[in-house]
Design a binder for this molecule. Sequence first.
Ligand code: ATR
Length: 271
Amino acid sequence: MDQHTDIYGVIGHPLTHSLSPIMQNAAFVEKGLNAIYLAFDTENVEDALKGMRALGLKGMSVTIPHKSSVIPLLDQVDDPAKQIGAVNTIVNDRGRLIGYNTDAFGALEALKEKTQVFGKTCLILGAGGAARAIGYILKKQGADLTLANRSRVRGEELANFLECPFIPLEKVADVQVDLLIQTTSVGMYPNNNESIVPSDALNPVTVVMDIVYNPIETKLLTTAKDLGCVTVNGLGMFIRQGAEQFKLWTGLEAPFETMRSVVEEALRKAE
Ligand code: ATR
């Protein structure tokens, strides 16, 4: 590192368990870039953005709770991120801060490793930011969506935005779909034994994706696998959204396998 080192980072709060620094720094090393990626744990997104501008930081990941509140602080936001209402990536383009959303792209790419999306019936569980991003991109790709959520108000609001039917969580067993996508935090460490889907709601022909990546295999995915379902874990989405960030920042293809293996290793150590 020297006076030319490019500085990147992630802003969010709390950032105790972020795996982005390990992943992005491994990518910089692999590509031989004079760059570093740091974790900036902050509750003050406005000051963080002023700092980014003043110090000329090259790029920033944005995570909970700043993905929406960062939008009015940027010079430009690309259209999908605007529609989704969440930015998870900032590019500093010679002083202009431009916002993107790579979460949606990451989820789609991870899913496409295992299945096509066009024309498929798809049940999304949850109505938070992740559900909105995934619903938005799957609709664009021609999937036939249904949304289920614990709270009806929030669920119906997102279903309206996605122009799709809403069903209460208790009715999940009544619908048969090609794809089931779990976007809530249920099953995330340390609640590894929880699952939002009763096992009788699963069908072997359904492809089941869980966006939780800690643990890598959630209870939902273990149950689905045992039944014979094709499964997609949350790690693929996490790595793909990070790889897309790397590409936006550097203009280079991301060293995907390196990124995957350092994150997998970190997660296995934590387990
Ligand atoms: P994110 O932006 O990361 O997606 P979020 O906005 O906090 O996170 O959304 C969390 C989602 O998980 C919501 O759909 C929430 O359901 P409610 O709208 O009913 O709150 C869902 N969720 C969280 N914990 C849950 C639980 N124990 N059971 C069912 N749904 C849960």
